[in-house]
Design a binder for this molecule. Structure first.
Ligand SMILES: *Cc1c(COP(=O)(O)O)cnc(C)c1O
Length: 393
């Protein structure tokens, strides 16, 4: 968009290219390939000598619309869309790194990302050192001559630890490496890592960008040379591309991103405050609470506390399960970023496959519950939790 519109306006109007029919809502181009006027035009398109669409593994107008809109929201030069969040992370590593190189990653990242870095990438000669999310000095100490990528998620899942992105960008710069931030929890509505010095932003669009739990998607954003010359050639050739249908769904999700993230955050803050006052609750993790150890950093770096609240109930696993099983409205599912509130017991689900010792070291208590706060009324969410909490202790 030529004009310098505000975030809310870009969320609705960036990336629109109307067809000859002048449709108002963005068109959905469900087509695998595109037709050429002549053999010469086909040759020119394939040789990248003429702009235009060829095949939907490379580019599709609906996917392009999603990419342009998300780039406008993150303040990124370029965006490529992927089939899922994990495909975005894989494409970043495969596109930008080679055997013999090294990643430094926060210990507090998404479970499948840990698996990818620790189980799959070593087969291709890429090693990862895992360090503390909250201590930039540990990152600096882990740097090796072959370190190419620093990878972080903030706030972390499920303990909402905050990583200092400006400090990590500094570590990356002096190491000659790139800082990639998985911005899934905040979305650009609340936090824009590129403005804080990150080189790349990665998304699971499956979560808040769609916002209604419908489709999978992902994206990688950053400078042209990293995204278009680094990541995109891998996607184009290897094929973990976003489907046009999913792009269309998520494009519509982006229209309401700002008001949804504000509403998720408002509800989450009110619930976190209420949970802190419950006798059956031992501890609440929420960056928007003054009791959060990094509250000040969180409030500098992100607009609000976000939509995820974790809390520990007294009485361990049995008590935590009782709270879950006493709900009637909240969905018992590990997904997050949905308009509907979801609850999960990390120790036996998302973090169930790691050893009890590793779990304890990571701070995942048996009594810990993670709430991805939705857009229902706070009173109804509270009542649904109060039923189980009141039976504890
Ligand atoms: C869900 C998630 C992913 C993976 O995304 P998919 O779309 O499920 O592949 C990556 N990072 C974070 C923080 C997530 O929550």
């Amino acid at each position: 968009m030529s004009e310098d519109f505000d975030f809310e306006t870009r969320a609705l109007r960036a990336g629109i290219h109307r067809s000859q029919f002048n449709e108002h809502s963005e068109a959905l181009y469900l087509t695998s390939s595109f037709v050429f006027d002549s053999a010469a035009q086909a040759a020119a398109r394939f040789a990248n000598q003429e702009p235009g669409y060829v095949y939907s593994r490379f580019t599709n107008p609906t996917v392009t619309a999603f990419e342009e809109r998300l780039a406008a929201l993150e303040g990124a030069q370029c965006c490529v869309a992927t089939a899922s969040g994990m495909a975005a992370i894989l494409a970043t590593v495969m596109g930008l790194m080679k055997a013999g190189e090294h990643i430094i990653a926060s210990r507090s990242i998404f479970g499948a990302t840990v698996q990818l870095f620790s189980q799959i990438l070593p087969k291709f000669g890429v090693e990862t050192t895992f360090v503390s999310a909250t201590n930039p000095a540990e990152w600096a100490q882990a740097v090796r001559p072959n370190t190419r990528l620093l990878f972080v998620e903030t706030p972390s899942n499920p303990l909402t630890e905050i990583s200092d992105l400006q400090a990590l960008a500094e570590v990356a710069r002096s190491a000659g490496a790139w800082l990639a931030v998985d911005n899934c929890f905040c979305t650009p509505a609340l936090q824009r890592p590129l403005e804080l010095g990150a080189d790349l932003v990665i998304h699971s669009a499956t979560k808040y960008l769609d916002g209604q739990g419908r489709v999978l998607g992902g994206a990688v954003l950053g400078r042209r040379e990293l995204v278009m010359e680094g990541v995109y050639p891998f996607l184009r050739t290897a094929g973990p591309s976003m489907s046009p249908f999913n792009a269309w769904v998520i494009l519509k999700g982006l229209e309401t991103l700002k008001i949804r993230m504000r509403a998720h955050s408002d509800n989450a803050l009110r619930l976190a405050q209420w949970l802190e006052a419950q006798p059956a609750v031992e501890r609440v993790y929420y960056p928007g609470l003054p009791s959060h150890p990094q509250h000040a950093l969180a409030m500098r770096q992100q607009e609000t506390g976000g939509g995820i609240v974790s809390f520990v109930v007294k009485g361990g696993r049995e008590a935590a399960w009782r709270v879950i099983d006493s709900t009637r409205m909240i969905s018992i599912t590990a997904n997050l970023g949905d308009a509907k509130t979801t609850i999960t017991h990390p120790a036996t689900t998302t973090h169930g496959r790691i050893s009890p010792e590793a779990r304890a070291a990571a701070g995942i208590a048996e009594g810990l519950l993670r709430l991805a706060v939705g857009l229902e009324s706070v009173a109804d969410i509270q009542a649904d939790l109060a039923r189980g909490l009141s039976r504890l202790g």
